[in-house]
Design a protein. Structure first.
Length: 225
């Protein structure tokens, strides 16, 4: 039932997903299946976040965090901390979000969760950028880039390159920004990430009047994948 809920969530059928997650939670509570209770709480948080109902999402993510801490499920704790950070960030509470990301980062390193570590670092970068601390954001994005390359996470590598390019663009370092955005574009093209392709296309449209460069995105943006 939980997997069917996730399928509905990924397909955009969020209301149906919530119904399935609620049913899964109810059944799991009746038999005291704490692992599936944990999963259902997390999934409900994700579903409400997808609807933009972040306070409700926080309610379920906090319950998820409390439970996984109680049962000693540290991988689940990493996910719960990250999800709480994302929900707080969506509400504009960037300082509070960073508090969750910092805990996620520490725990990820303790248990050797490199993907959790990378996610925490990248999300902290986003929060610091939104707080206006561009140099701190840049340091974090570069750290995420190194880590993504170490663990061969090509999509995360592309995201980090794009984020670095955006910070450089915001701080007037145009030539450096172009280099990072072109590298991000190359990865996006090789992985055929449609959503990221459109985002980079929009970025290059901002860069073109300043540089006169017509980059690759204009050759492949309308190409079906």
């Amino acid at each position: 039932m939980g997997n069917l809920g996730l399928l509905n969530l990924s397909s955009g059928n969020t209301d149906q997903a919530i119904k399935l997650f609620e049913q899964c939670l109810e059944i799991s509570e009746k038999v005291n299946d704490r692992q599936n209770i944990s999963n259902a709480l997390s999934n409900l948080g994700l579903a409400y976040a997808a609807l933009g109902l972040y306070q409700k999402a926080i309610h379920f993510h906090q319950q998820h965090l409390d439970l996984v801490q109680e049962i000693g499920y540290r991988e689940g704790e990493v996910n719960a901390l990250g999800n709480l950070g994302l929900a707080r960030s969506a509400l504009g509470d960037y300082q509070m979000a960073n508090g969750f990301y910092e805990k996620q980062l520490v725990l990820s390193r303790e248990i050797g969760d490199r993907r959790g570590e990378s996610a925490a670092i990248g999300n902290m970068g986003i929060a610091f950028k939104n707080l206006g601390d561009f140099e701190k954001a840049l340091d974090l994005y570069k750290l995420q880039l190194l880590l993504a390359r170490e663990i061969s996470e090509r999509q995360v590598e592309g995201d980090a390159l794009s984020n670095i390019g955006n910070v450089l663009l915001s701080t007037g370092r145009l030539s450096e920004a172009i280099s990072y955005h072109q590298s991000a574009t190359d990865i996006t093209e090789s992985l055929r990430i449609a959503g990221m392709k459109q985002f980079l296309f929009s970025t290059w449209r901002l860069l073109m009047p300043k540089t006169g460069i017509m980059p690759k995105p204009f050759l492949w943006v309308n190409r079906p994948w």
